[in-house]
Design a protein around this ligand. Sequence first.
Ligand SMILES: Cc1ncc(C[n+]2csc(CCOP(=O)(O)OP(=O)(O)O)c2C)c(N)n1
Length: 604
Amino acid sequence: MKFWDKINSPSDLKQLNIEELGLYAEEIRQKIIETVNIRGGHLASNLGIVELTLALHYVFDCPTDKFIWDVGHQCYTHKILTERRDLFASLRANDGISGFPSPSESKYDAFLAGHSSTSLSAALGFAISRDRQKQSNNVIAIIGDGALTGGMAYEALNQIGESQSGMIIVLNDNKMSISENVGAMSRYLNKLRLSGKYHTLKRNVKKAVSALPFFGDKLVYAMDRGKNKLKSLILSNKIFESLGIRYLGPFDGHDIQELIEIFSSVQNTDKPVLIHVCTEKGRGDFTAQNNPSKFHGVGSIAEKDKNEYSFSSEVGKFLLKAAETEERLAVITAAMRDGTGLKFFAEKYPDLFYDVGIAEQHAVTFAAALAASGMKPYFAVYSTFLQRAFDQVLHDVCLQKLPVRFLIDRSGAVGADGKTHQGIYDLSYLSLMPGMTVCTPKDIPEFIDILQWSLDFNRPLAIRYPKSCSNIYNTNAPIVMGKWEKLKTSDNKIHILAAGNRMVDIAQSIDDVNVYNTLFIKPLDIDVLNTLNKKGELIITLEDNVLQGGFGQSVRSYYGASLHATLETVAHPDKINDNRDIESTLERSGLNRENILRIIKKYT
Ligand SMILES: Cc1ncc(C[n+]2csc(CCOP(=O)(O)OP(=O)(O)O)c2C)c(N)n1
């Protein structure tokens, strides 16, 4: 019988010995590879963290002890171990388990995650709450070296160092974000890994730990008493120690015994401790190990079969061409080089390319200053992650009317990543930005035109688009600021105003209606809106965005009390819809042909 069949909870796991844990780790790896092959998901990160997760569950007592996963994309072994083994095949499916920690899914998931660099703030909240309620559980944050590039992590370290609340920070260092990790902190961690001290430190830690009875006295206690050389070695790791956070490591993240020993030694610590663990991203799968960026996240079989055009790859092509003539071009990513189509650009023009780490807020203000001093910055970013930088877009870009070009990828429903990653809020938050121009191109040719047009546009500009484009309309309409294109004409008094590629697809599938491609969401084409505003006309707005503050509501607010036509606004509700394929997400929100036909029927 395989360990896979025997183990479904942390208490089952605690029955195994070290050798059995090693064998079980390999079984888990195989299941992750098999499942992700079918369902898609975060392959390389999960393969790298199997032993680390087993050791954490072996030592600590989840869910009493709180495990806070940063980003949360690496939680598959945790899910398998926490009563979701039999649901694992449903990973990321509609009505299946989520690919991220989700407290509504399981008592073992202490805190929701999906966006990066939140774990330390959350862990501090859990730790302070525990202390105030006189409880005694452990709080363990598991954060990657990539997530440690995010500003929130430093804001949290700042308070953790001062509050001295007891918590364990496990730094899972695999030298990779999605692409190679960047920045000075990453360089510092590399130094720690590679320095001569690494081995000395490791041997000393081992010696110190093995001198203690297994699960016995705490290493922290030994350190506090200054009984061994360890303290001085640890104190030489200035950054964390000078913030008031005890540093231990680096340790081999695939040596289960060593991990169990070190975690046992810090159990119930009443001070913050950081344990630096080195792992190998993609471990156990030859292709993922050799190309961890490519296998960071992989598509499901169904997604791989889809043959659609990619907006992101057009971004790369456009910028490569623009760089030939635009000396002042500056291209920015916040750790999403490949996903936003910038891999080749980064390779060809490293001096024009800035990967700032998982630091969207910084990216926006950095871009604003580049623009303020005469450069032409493009920030390519996923819609969901730009949410992080709401105030920087408003305060640093828009209030100064600076020409930062936002290329907002993965807008609209995103599919399998689910509720934490939906790009359905951007039209709302961008529409309220003073002086922002917001565009939703209907297809690839129009996208290329608007990119070209953006080069000489001299104000804040946001172009939002989903991952892929299924239809090409090729109408070659010239781009005119604030003007909409009429795609279909009918004598019927029904007018569909469709925002962006997916919505135009729906509108164009309906016969005997007028269809407008509303390329500009801000400013609205008020000439068209004024013409349509007559009694007896039916106007239907379609947007892959929430209703609140979105396109439909902008139209309604433009008409105000002088609306004579009938206006129907179709958009996503703000009630969280966690469907995990795009079609059913759209359908549940009524953004499909059948629902639009129903609406039309209601009025005709
Ligand atoms: C705010 C935010 N920006 C971008 C991302 C996309 N993202 C997901 S995982 C990841 C890299 C994380 O690297 P690391 O923490 O080292 O974990 P690893 O995958 O290497 O285990 C990024 C950039 C995100 N989840 N959140």
